[in-house]
Design a protein around this ligand. Structure first.
Ligand SMILES: Cc1ncc(COP(=O)(O)O)c(C=O)c1O
Length: 475
């Protein structure tokens, strides 16, 4: 599969600093083998996240110069509000500095202890915000989402039967809202179909529960619907987005993804009482409702980004670039989650490093090796991010998937950069037995992946019962 040609020219460039393997080895030791702690200028190709890492367009930069920094009633807010209303159709538009702030103002306003939020799959910050209110975050994605080999067009779909079971078990009065995350970042960036959203809506309607979208990657999800779902090939992505949002009561959106900006987010909804209570909370923690933690110029850039992201030439290139990287890795034998998702390729670390048990953090170990040997930074989405301790037994509960995510920033890396990434991973795959496990030496009580520290395992500790090849002898 070929990389699609970029539908833009490059006007400004940012040099990439070269580092040696020895330097990176030292940096890793100093960072406690946590790639979040490595200085970005010592990274050659940064695939840590697609969030806030987009390159803005000339129009967005021009918009930044038109920032109206009035405390109240900035003209950029009114432009932004009009763009969001046209896109989603929701009445109240509440800006926030990023997605998790929107999660926070929603959850802290309407969630109470003992309540429950069903979702196809919570992102880590969404889960943390729900749990912070001592409520339960229930993941109800279809079971195929946990099978990295199963090639379904809409692997992010909600398991609608389990949703109904959950509502009956928990009771609708304890579920203030349901959510659908588009696309499902935590399990491969997989899209959700319009039919599934409609079915989810119908179940929630039966119990009078509102539906909110975690819509960070709404445009990518809508492009997949346009490409894959019968009846949508002739419909524009904007039109599909309109239909999708019309099936919900509100959305949370981190603008750092499909908003094509480096900072920003919002919450939009129809319910006047909730909007009032959320706005009151916003003033406490983010700022006045016409800036919500952002500068006027940031709101202008996000307004323009939300329009640009609907350009189908852009989306074809975007999804095509990610897909082509996945195809190169697949041809090279690297085990990846299939089909390739919208914003990232996910490497299956359990299959890449079958000699490591999940207690040895194989995805973290793989991410670390990729940085040490090639200067490529990625992120672990596995035991470090989602592993939990059973407080009664002290045992670890391991997540089903152990992944390394290669998130592709929007409009930042050329196809040549991504070919290099593919070559690096294929090369590492041929030398995979040399990669050892890690031991966690520090963890924070919440969102531990950002600050956890590790040490490399000693050779003796690297042997676990059932290891697939002869590791170093136990002595
Ligand atoms: C699906 C999803 N929801 C919410 C968030 C949180 O957004 P932010 O990083 O802007 O706080 C993210 C960020 O990556 C995400 O991927």
């Amino acid at each position: 599969m070929n990389f699609p040609s970029e539908p833009f020219r490059i006007k400004v460039v940012e040099p990439i600093k070269r580092t040696t393997r020895d330097e990176r080895e030292r940096l890793l030791r100093e960072a406690g083998y946590n790639l979040f702690q490595v200085p970005a200028e010592s990274v050659a190709i940064d695939l840590l996240t697609d969030s806030g890492t987009s390159a803005m367009s000339d129009s967005q930069w021009a918009g930044m110069m038109l920032g109206d920094e009035s405390y109240a009633g900035s003209k950029n807010f009114h432009h932004f509000e009009a763009v969001v209303r046209r896109l989603c159709g929701y009445r109240y538009v509440i800006p926030t500095h990023q997605g998790r702030a929107a999660e926070h103002v929603l959850c802290s306003t309407v969630l109470k202890q003992g309540m429950c939020v069903p979702n196809n799959m919570h992102f880590d910050t969404t889960r943390a915000n729900v749990e912070h209110q001592e409520a339960e975050a229930e993941d109800l994605v279809i079971k195929e989402a946990y099978d990295p080999h199963c090639e379904l067009p809409f692997k992010g779909n909600m398991d609608v039967a389990r949703l109904e079971e959950t509502i009956r078990r928990v009771g609708p009065s304890r579920i203030p809202f349901g959510m659908i995350t588009i696309t499902n970042n935590s399990a491969g960036g997989q899209p959700v179909s319009m039919a599934n959203i409609r079915a989810t809506r119908q179940v929630l309607n039966r119990y009078g529960i509102p539906l909110f979208f975690d819509a960070c990657r709404f445009a990518e999800n809508c492009f997949f619907i346009h490409e894959r779902e019968p009846g949508y090939a002739e419909r524009s992505v904007r039109d599909i987005a309109g239909e999708l949002f019309s099936l919900g009561d509100g959305c949370l959106l981190s603008g750092k993804k499909d908003g094509l900006v480096n900072i920003g987010g919002f919450l939009a909804l129809n319910d006047a009482r909730w909007a009032q209570a959320i706005t009151d909370m916003l003033i406490l923690v983010e700022g006045f409702p016409t800036y919500g933690g952002l500068a006027g110029r940031d709101l202008e850039a996000m307004a323009r980004g939300l329009e640009e992201v609907l350009d189908e030439e852009y989306l074809r290139y975007r999804i095509g670039q990610v897909r082509a990287l996945g195809a190169l890795l697949d041809e090279g034998g690297v085990p990846i989650v299939k089909p390739t998702g919208g914003h990232a390729v996910y490497v299956n670390a359990k299959e890449f490093l079958p000699h490591l048990h999940q207690s040895q953090f194989p995805a973290q170990a793989l991410a670390e090796a990729l940085y040490r040997d090639y200067g490529i930074r990625t992120v672990e989405i596995g035991t470090v991010m989602f592993g939990k301790r059973n407080s009664a037994t002290e045992d670890t509960i391991y997540p089903a998937l152990e992944l390394v995510r290669l998130a592709i920033p929007r409009r930042v890396y050329t196809n040549q950069h991504l070919s290099f990434v593919a070559e690096a991973l294929v090369d590492l795959y041929h030398r995979r037995e040399s990669i050892g496990g890690l031991v966690m030496t520090y963890e924070a009580p919440r969102l531990r992946h950002f600050t956890a520290r590790f040490e490399e395992e000693t050779p003796a500790a690297m042997v676990w019962p059932g290891a697939g090849f002869a590791a170093a002898p136990l002595s």
